[in-house]
Design a protein around this ligand. Structure first.
Ligand code: ARG
Length: 455
């Protein structure tokens, strides 16, 4: 391409090292569609002739179809996808192909392609998030009345329902959708026409080109237009948060499926055995998702580190953006896609959840509330209940089984009705505050989640 300036051609290894076609070929469709819009803009502005434009658009459309149908393979000896498309076009239509690169540079071209690629792919991520939220909502409905201990510090804390617990994840993934949308909203401005860095002397129409390509508008500063990769970093931050949510969820699924908990059983199709221990059923999918979280964080930090310290405007370092952002994207997609059916097919074991809820004094707060509602200051009630819990531990019993006389020895406020008040069912049913764990509240939360999914 630059033979005019150079006496020798690029060393073979240097050529391989420099080349990006093996990964940027993913953006062929965006590159071609971008070029079609560019040619049409050039013709509208009379920078190229209408005949040349027709030839270019025809040639590019053919190339696009041939790649899609498998008729045309990428030539890995080209430096990148932009060079490949231009060379193939020129091979097919001759001189008109050589006019396509007027009033643009690969610097603004690549910035355009990545924005378009990520904008398109973000829709796929959102669809996968929706699929997962919908699986969570269905499972939450199934477990809306299943009582289990809620934990703080991984110590049994208060009774909750399984549906309530699952819907916490629905909220996280709903926020993730809105984060991806935010990132796309800032990304969706066209850099094309920034050219190498300084703009161009041709009478171009950047807004026309941007509008044709579905952008909200154009980037305002040509130096920023070619140097900015904030949109990659932002999207990868959103992906990292998705992975963090998936990883916390994975950790719980792994705990719940262990013999120690046995609150759920994963379907055989999402678990593996051991090569030596015949009894094993391992939650490999959840473990891998948890593991891949580190990888996506790594992609984000890799790119942040690459960008740090780069002088304006384009530097070849920036070619490193694509492998990082593609890897993060593909990893998130893969994880979301495996997680939804894993949750969908997960079997709940409410008996075990309930058994765990009967241990650990998780109704102690409700016992203190019982005294408080009968007039005792909460702090005094808290202290008495603490003493009663200690007595139960000593006598190897639980609050529900301690006889009334034993309660009366601590305070004569206690009456027979305390047993109904501290039953697990009452503890759950009475938590009617908005967002709380009662079945009615969970049903309401479920309705809100489904409404948001529809909107
Ligand atoms: N393959 C390059 C990249 O991904 C395209 C831009 C190259 N520009 C340049 N001036 N070398 O960043």
């Amino acid at each position: 391409m630059w033979a005019g300036r150079f006496e020798k051609s690029l060393d073979r290894k240097a050529d391989d090292f420099n080349s990006s076609i093996r990964f940027d070929c993913k953006m062929y469709e965006q590159d071609i569609i971008g070029s079609i819009a560019h040619a049409e803009m050039l013709a509208k502005q009379a920078i190229i002739s209408v005949d040349d434009c027709v030839a270019i658009v025809g040639g590019l459309t053919q190339i696009l179809n041939d790649i899609k149908s498998g008729k045309l393979e990428f030539d890995m000896s080209c430096e990148d996808i932009h060079m490949f498309v231009e060379a193939e076009l020129t091979r097919r239509i001759g001189d008109a192909g050589k006019r396509l690169h007027t009033a643009r540079s690969r610097n603004d071209q690549v910035a355009l392609d990545i924005r378009m690629y990520l904008r398109d792919k973000s829709e796929d991520v959102i669809a996968l998030l929706r699929q997962l939220i919908s699986a969570i909502a269905d499972k939450a409905e199934e477990g809306k009345a299943a009582i289990l201990p809620g934990y703080t510090h991984l110590q049994r804390a208060q009774p909750i329902t399984f549906g309530h617990h699952l819907l916490a994840y629905a909220q996280m993934f709903l926020r993730d959708i809105s984060r991806v949308r935010d990132a796309v909203a800032r990304m969706n401005y066209s850099p094309i026409g920034s050219c190498a860095l300084a703009g161009t002397t041709y009478n171009t129409d950047r807004r026309y080109e941007a509008e044709k390509l579905g952008f909200y508008g154009i980037t305002q500063n040509s130096i920023d237009g070619v140097s900015d990769r904030d949109f990659c970093v932002e999207l990868m931050s959103a992906f990292s948060i998705i992975m963090m949510h998936l990883s916390r969820f994975s950790e719980e699924v792994i705990l719940w499926s262990s013999w120690e908990f046995k609150f759920v059983e994963l379907d055989d199709s999402y678990t593996t055995g051991s090569s030596i221990m015949p009894q094993k059923k391992n939650s490999d999918m959840a473990e891998l998702v948890r593991g891949k979280t580190g990888r996506v964080y790594g992609d984000l930090f890799g790119l942040l580190t690459t960008l740090k310290g780069l002088p304006l405007a384009y530097n070849k370092d920036m070619q490193e953006d694509k492998e990082a952002v593609f890897d993060a994207l593909e990893t998130v997609e893969m994880c979301l896609d495996i997680f939804a059916p894993m949750i969908k097919t997960m079997r709940l074991i409410p008996e075990n959840m309930y058994k765990a809820a009967q241990e650990g004094f998780i109704n102690a707060t409700d016992l203190a509330d019982y005294l408080t509602k009968k007039g005792m200051p909460f702090r005094s009630a808290y202290k008495i209940v603490g003493q009663i819990v200690a007595e139960c531990i000593e006598k190897h019993t639980v609050l529900d089984k301690l006889p009334l006389e034993a309660y009366k020895a601590h305070s004569d406020i206690f009456e027979e009705d305390l047993y109904v008040e501290i039953s697990l069912e009452t503890c759950v049913e009475k938590r009617i505050s908005e967002g709380g764990t009662s079945v009615a509240s969970v049903e309401h939360q479920l309705e809100l989640v489904r409404k948001e999914l529809e909107s």
